[in-house]
Design a protein around this ligand. Sequence first.
Ligand code: ADP
Ligand code: MG
Ligand code: MG
Length: 551
Amino acid sequence: MDIGGLETVVANSAYVSARGSVDANAAATMRDKKMRARLKLPHIKQCEHMKTTVDMVFDSMCVRQPIGKRLFQQYLDSDATHKNACELWKDIEDYNVAQESDRTQKAQKMINKYYDSAAKTFCSFLEEKAITRVKEDFKNIRGDLFKESEQQLLKHLEAKALDSFKNSMYFLRYVQFKWLEGQSVTEEWFMDFRVLGKGGFGEVHACQMRATGKMYANKKLNKKRLKKRKGYEGAIVEKRILAKVHSRFIVTLAYAFQTKLDLCLVMTIMNGGDLRFHIYNVDEKNPGFNEQRACFYTAQIICGLEHLHQHRIVYRDLKPENVLLDDAGHVRLSDLGLAVELPPDKDKTKGYAGTPGFMAPELLQSKEYDYTVDYFTLGVTLYEMIAAKGPFRNRGEKVDNNEVTRRILSDPVSYPDNFGKDCKDICEGLMEKDPMKRLGFKNNTCDELKAQVFFKEINWNRLEAGMLTPPFVPDPKMVYAKDIDDVGAFSTIKGVVMDEKDTEFFNDFASGNIPIPWQEEMIETGVFGELNLWPGNGKLPDDLDPNVTPA
Ligand code: ADP
Ligand code: MG
Ligand code: MG
């Protein structure tokens, strides 16, 4: 073996063992004790000033932020007036992700406990209509059986429990965690592993948050290269959009920080490689997927697109290369560098952006467009998954961009024999040249698209809850990335001088921890539980007791 090959083997083995795929406990035991010790809650005196400024909006603090929600539920549990409501809330959540075979039984138990006015634990804040509907409907296994109840429950809690929560020690604990969350992050918190891929402005490495052991991908954007190639706008857009979206079908941004040389985006690590790699490189003699596998990925991509479009974001760069697999074989959209957010007062955008062979006719014709362009690229992507070639290019054919554009604008697509009728129909519906007639995002949802015959086997509720078993599971010992030597080096950048404006931009970019993913990480790795201690005798813990001097 040559030295280069050896380097890859060594780097792969460090990375595979850190991500814990060989030994499930490896990640936790690889925590750095010194860094872990630095994650500690401040004495309440140190963060008291945040009591009035911290995010206290009910929906954000008590529902969407994982730590806020935990603490709110602990408060509810501790108060006899709200205990029932809290139990109903947890039971609803449990029902929503339960296997279908368990649902009817779970629903029956819940009805007896909370929906029967004779029961001790009856929830009187539920409206009559909602109660009747649940009782009538519980045998039809529905993902949204308790949706209405949950809304009423949350409305009730906002009205009756929010104020008392804010006066409780659980809220003080929330303030402490928000203080910790707000501390700045630097490169010393992360340990880099091997390179996973190469982007336009820098490499993407596997990395590990030292204090918790959680693995992430660190996308580095070289500051000089960014400046030289005018990448600031794209970088900040990508960061802003990633920080805003929270979906299991889109990579999540957890941290944004800077080093002397780079801006860094720390995101969900996707160990399974990209779809392009799986279409062409896993079984080279027999490229492409069967319809069932392509259908599963397409369904997950649709959920990602729907989320983006509901947040007024046009993705513009959907293609197999940008769809990444995780350890279990679920996919997420990545690389949002070309995405654009439609402002509240504008429903269309303009501009040439995307990848040749994927871009929609209306975009190529320099017309104004909206989310429709993403459904055209979805059609191209689905076609490529099955045909193992693009719809506007033959295998191995070299065509220039003008010819590809001409074909997209005027040529019909032809389908190899392995396309079934339903699959061909949906490809046609998505690659429809007229954006008005194209399948896509209508009335703020993708319901029409999801109802196409091609998806008849997909249970969308379970898919959206991440509960469907993927058709293919990546090998946990395999590294789905190029050998280190083959990743390719960057040329050196000369003649770039940084000024104050640049520093200002970098500081703006490096905003630190992103609340929801940071809180998820703390919970998932057990750190939240280790920090959130309460004395058993009902007295205040020292860190919340104003009479105890901070350590
Ligand atoms: P660019 O916007 O510069 O093209 P990308 O976001 O596409 O950069 O990242 C470059 C490459 O790094 C990708 O093609 C992929 O191989 C790898 N990569 C990017 N994000 C992740 C991730 N979250 N997990 C694993 N690998 C990733
Ligand atoms: Mg890319
Ligand atoms: Mg990009």
